[in-house]
Design a protein around this ligand. Structure first.
Ligand code: NOJ
Length: 691
């Protein structure tokens, strides 16, 4: 009997024939290399497996075959394809800096296809956890601090991953995992229901509306209840949003209910998890060891298991029946290069020191990261191939073949300074290695390593003009470092083709267009420093250190409230002027749309892509509203000297908020509206919503 194309009724009939043990087996997920896994598969004790490394790939295909010999229900192979599989793309935070969801959808599609060719059915992405804390290592996996932007990219990732129909996406981690206190991974999150609904949940809702087939619960406790079993989260998911896909725990998270101190032992943890609504137990063995017993004791109703099983079987059906529909015309290298190019953010470029004149006589290339291929690949790249990745040094050598490129790893500072002195240009690679961000890699002092800082300082003091290429998995504290740099190009961990992208940008063959999706604070003590904070009853009025003199205001006495680089910020080799901001009809009825128009003119001498950003502020509402909120953006190409009109349309639905009772409402009233190149731009106008 074939498992393909069964109606719900026929699936019910299959379920009716299964033993309780077989049913529970479908709810059990183990890693491919788990002890005695093949025996467990033959016994029907495993419903899906996880690939972790290269060796797992072949074994997972064999396990699929083995499962098909024992049962008509297929085994699913799952894995983390976060920013690529073998072809590695820039980390998700960098992908979001492209402000190009169409490009990111392509990244998601191509990486899903590359992994599906190796038997993957289920991808644990996207991560849509809003993160406003640079200490948290997993900020690398998010689209940064803004809810709207995370929502846009959430849809792009889900649609890309699921486009072929043969791979399921898994939106994660539900919810507020990015609000870990102190930025320490897995730490508790305290988030009010209003903040949850307003800030943290919309990207999940968007993923589900985009058809995301599965969802992963978060590890941490949310206001004291582990998210894995949080009743409010399940109520929102299943009842309010009507999500009927598969819910999976995070790795070992059911067992961790014991560590959280809410379950006495694994059996009680299994009880809590099934009652809460987890369909698939990832790696805790809680269901396989205890569910049967819990049903036999009458504590768990078998109907709950049947309901989970139905969701799992429906998922398997959908994936298998689409498996042959995949047709793809892959050009991963080109796409990976384009994404690395578009994700790079030019943070500083004094006296237009960049781009380099095509063939300087000599370039001093300093810092060990210039030769470090693995660090270009970033945090989730266990199948990435450093050996097939060009280092920055190799890419620069190729691009500047007419120049003498002298590389030095800068272990010996005096030698590095000496080389710099002899060369026409000095390029230094600074920042984090790949292993310094990602899961379980939080940092309390996320700056650049002190040896790099000392070298920068010495280079500057010796009179060099310093061009820094910054590799990073997160925003870093650059307040001192930037003083010693004339130019800073943030290249993130840009993937397999990061080296070429950096070389092209240095040479001026590509004009950088990336913009920050996370604020760069001046010091760790300012965290969280998101642009969309509330005003408070005592906002500071001045700028910079004048704020220190403002008594009894919401400020510090030793640091300003300003960012080093604000949200939305990024330079390019040209200049763009914003003018003629107009709202076509500044008084609109609540049911109408607001039409906004602005002219942008490239007044420089390089063609560029400009990310035109629109922000609003609701001036008076029942709850305090953020001082600015991104509501729309457009990426427009402008040739040198070209002027273009850019239009936006905002619906009044986009202008609502959650009231005292946590209900979404749209009020009549006045709004400020800005359009500009980043969240600090001050070209603004006003409009009103009328009843
Ligand atoms: C733990 C991580 O939190 C999650 O994001 C990932 O998908 C699983 N491990 C599986 O690798």
């Amino acid at each position: 009997m074939s498992f393909l194309l069964k109606s719900e009724c026929e699936l019910q009939a299959i379920i009716a024939q299964m033993s309780l043990k077989e049913k529970i087996g479908q709810m059990n997920q183990l890693i491919v290399s788990h002890e005695n896994i093949e025996e467990k598969i033959m016994a029907g004790d495993v419903g899906s497996v996880i690939i972790i490394n290269d060796e797992d790939i072949e074994r997972s295909s064999q396990q699929k075959k083995l499962a098909s010999q024992c049962s008509e229900i297929p085994l699913l192979v799952s894995t983390d394809v976060i920013h690529g599989y073998k072809t590695i793309y820039p980390i998700p935070l960098a992908c979001s800096s492209t402000w190009n969801p169409e490009l990111v959808e392509q990244v998601a599609y191509h990486s899903a296809q590359e992994s599906a060719a190796d038997s993957t059915d289920w991808i644990f992405a996207p991560m849509v956890d809003i993160s406003r804390d640079l200490r948290w290592g997993r900020i690398a996996e998010s689209a940064g601090e803004d809810t709207y932007l995370n929502t846009v990219f959430s849809r792009a990732w889900v649609e890309g991953i699921q486009k072929s129909g043969s791979v399921a996406a898994c939106v994660k981690h539900f919810a507020a995992y990015g609000a870990a206190e102190g930025g320490r991974d897995y730490n508790s999150a305290q988030v009010s229901e209003r903040m949850l609904r307003e800030v943290y949940l919309p990207p999940f809702k968007e993923a589900i509306d985009a058809g995301c087939k599965t969802l992963m619960m978060a590890f941490q406790d949310l206001n004291g209840i582990p998210a894995s079993i949080h009743p409010l989260l399940y109520k929102i998911l299943r009842q309010e949003w009507g999500f009927d896909g598969v819910i999976i725990s995070d790795y070992n998270a059911i067992l961790e209910l014991v560590e959280h101190g809410v379950a006495e032992n694994l059996k009680e943890a299994a009880y809590l998890a099934i009652q809460a609504g987890i369909d698939v137990d990832m790696m805790s063995n809680a269901y396989s060891l205890h569910l049967e017993e819990l049903v036999l004791e009458g504590r768990v109703d078998e109907a709950l298991i049947n309901a989970s099983l139905m969701r799992i079987l429906q998922l398997k059906q959908e994936l298998i029946s689409e498996q042959n529909k995949t047709v793809s015309n892959r050009d991963d290298a080109k796409l990976a290069l384009q994404t690395a190019l578009e994700s790079a953010v030019l943070l500083k470029n004094d006296k237009n020191i960049l781009p380099l004149n095509k063939q300087p006589e000599s370039i001093a290339l300093l810092g060990e990261l210039a030769a470090d291929r693995a660090s270009l690949l970033g945090t989730w790249s266990f199948l990435g191939e450093p050996e097939n990745t060009d280092s920055i040094q190799e890419a620069i050598n190729r691009k500047f073949s007419g120049s003498a490129v002298i590389y030095n790893d800068a272990q010996d500072r005096a030698k590095a300074l000496d080389i710099a002195k002899q060369c026409e240009k000095v390029v230094i690679i600074i920042g984090e290695q790949a292993c310094m961000s990602g899961e379980a890699h939080s940092r309390s002092e996320p700056g650049i390593p002190s040896a790099q800082l000392e070298l920068l300082k010495a280079l500057k003091e010796s009179g060099n003009e310093v061009i820094a290429i910054l590799l990073s998995g997160r925003p870093l504290i650059l307040t001192e470092a930037e003083l010693y740099c004339d130019a800073i190009l943030l290249a993130w961990h840009g993937g397999t083709y990061a080296g070429d992208a950096i070389a092209e940008i240095l040479a001026g063959d590509f004009n950088p267009s990336g913009r920050l999706t996370c604020t760069f604070p001046r010091s760790v003590g300012q965290v969280p420093l998101n642009y969309n904070h509330r005003n408070t009853g005592r906002p500071v009025l001045g700028e910079g250190i004048t704020q220190f003199a403002e008594a009894y205001k919401s400020n510090y006495i030793d640091q300003t409230n300003e960012a080093l680089y604000p949200f939305g910020y990024g330079l390019n080799y040209s200049q763009v002027e914003y003018k003629d901001l107009k709202i076509l009809e500044p008084n609109i009825k609540i049911s109408e749309c607001l039409q906004v128009e602005i002219t942008v003119e490239n007044t420089g001498s390089h063609d560029c892509s400009e990310i035109v950003q629109l922000y609003v502020r609701d001036l008076v509402a029942q709850t305090a509203r953020p001082v600015k909120e991104l509501k729309a953006f457009k990426k427009v190409d402008l040739q040198a000297g070209e002027s273009r009109s850019v239009q936006f349309s905002l619906s009044s639905e986009d202008l609502g908020y959650y009231n005292w009772d946590n209900q979404y409402q749209v009020d009549a009233g006045d709004f400020d509206l800005w359009v500009g190149p980043n969240s600090k731009s001050n070209l603004y106008t006003q409009f009103s919503l009328e009843k």
